[in-house]
Design a binder for this molecule. Structure first.
Ligand code: ZN
Length: 355
């Protein structure tokens, strides 16, 4: 690649709960040990399925991305990546105890800072927050945000209530105040099914249907007035796929024309608000691979500023070393790989980022 890209979505993997024990306070460390809590993710996340970790990136135990050296060797060096944003997913948001959620969010953020950001200067991270409680999420944002290597607030698309609801607004206020975009990543608190019609029974349903969850959340953020209330807030959809976007923009804007009296604070067409304020990470790029189809999709999205380069490492989203769809011209390639990420994450341009 000629441009040194900024990878806006990759995933360090917690090697096991013991890795987090030094970052828990005494009470929670003792609780984990005495209760025999083995992991927060094992029930919901199938690490052995092919999509979870790409086959040629797995070690002999079947896992990968459990250390900074491996991640650098597999995900940064081959692509010439200059900066990469770590989104650590560990089931923190799925816990029913708010106190447990806070304890593990704090541990995860401190673990990321010490074990990853301190050890590779190319790495940045998103702040994991206890989505169980907006007040506690704000406390965690404010605790961590002084470390300017944290460049985003991380939410999951599968939330307890739709993200536009006013009970979530303190999170957006805190993010805006700290100059942080809010990233909404695939994944769930598992309070609701990923589909609006009931619980799926297979992982393929779970994964494919994430796209409809993203649409629902985007409509909620627009209709409830989040973008009007927080004019400097950017929302990044991560691992959402992109092929659904053109039809969705048409549908939302069409019905806004007839129903806009219901939401007078949405004074601009939703399509233009989304083009201005919403970004999407590139992988999984779920469109046909031929150049004509890719060109048509970008044309239908109606903006060349929305897509942000990502590998979604270590998920198996592309073959070989080809994370970009074929046939993009040089200017668009540069925008996706570099210019769009830099415009989205203001903290990436800061040189003195360590607190
Ligand atoms: Zn991802």
């Amino acid at each position: 690649m000629t441009v040194a890209p900024i990878d806006c979505d990759l995933h360090p993997v917690v090697p096991g709960i013991n890795a987090l024990l030094p970052y828990l306070d005494d009470h929670w460390r003792e609780t984990v040990i005495r209760r025999g809590i083995e992991d927060l993710t094992t029930i919901s996340y199938p690490t052995r399925n092919p999509l979870s970790f790409r086959q040629d990136w797995r070690d002999e135990t079947g896992r990968t991305a459990t250390g900074v050296d491996v991640l650098g060797r597999q995900a940064l060096d081959p692509f010439g990546t200059q900066l990469a944003i770590c989104n650590c997913l560990y089931g923190v948001q799925a816990q029913f105890s708010e106190d447990l959620g806070v304890a593990f969010a704090r541990a995860l953020n401190d673990w990321i800072a010490r074990e990853w950001l301190d050890r590779d200067s190319r790495l940045r991270a998103s702040i994991v927050v206890p989505m169980q409680n907006a007040e506690l999420a704000v406390d965690e944002i404010n605790r961590v945000a002084s470390d300017r290597r944290f460049v985003q607030v991380l939410l999951l698309v599968g939330s307890e209530t739709t993200l536009g609801r006013r009970q979530n607004w303190p999170i957006y206020a805190a993010a805006e105040r700290q100059g942080l975009p809010v990233g909404v990543h695939a994944g769930s608190m598992f309070r609701n099914p990923v589909t609006p019609v009931g619980w799926p029974t297979t992982f393929i349903e779970e994964y494919v249907d994430q796209a409809t969850a993203f649409q629902s959340q985007l409509t909620s953020l627009i209709a409830e007035g989040v973008f009007a209330k927080f004019p400097r807030l950017t929302v990044v959809l991560m691992e959402s796929g992109v092929s659904w976007l053109p039809a969705y923009l048409w549908r939302l804007t069409k019905f806004w024309k007839g129903l806009r009296s219901e939401i007078p604070w949405v004074s601009d067409p939703p399509g233009s608000i989304i083009r201005d304020r919403v970004r999407l990470t590139l992988q999984p790029f779920d469109a046909p691979p031929d150049t004509a189809s890719v060109t048509r999709l970008i044309d239908h999205i109606g903006s060349d500023e929305m897509l942000l380069f990502s590998t979604d490492y270590p998920h198996w989203q592309f073959e070989g070393m080809q994370p970009l769809p074929a046939g993009l011209d040089a200017e668009l390639t540069r925008k996706i790989m570099l210019d769009n990420p830099l415009r989205t994450y203001m903290r990436l341009t800061e040189t003195e980022s360590v607190p």
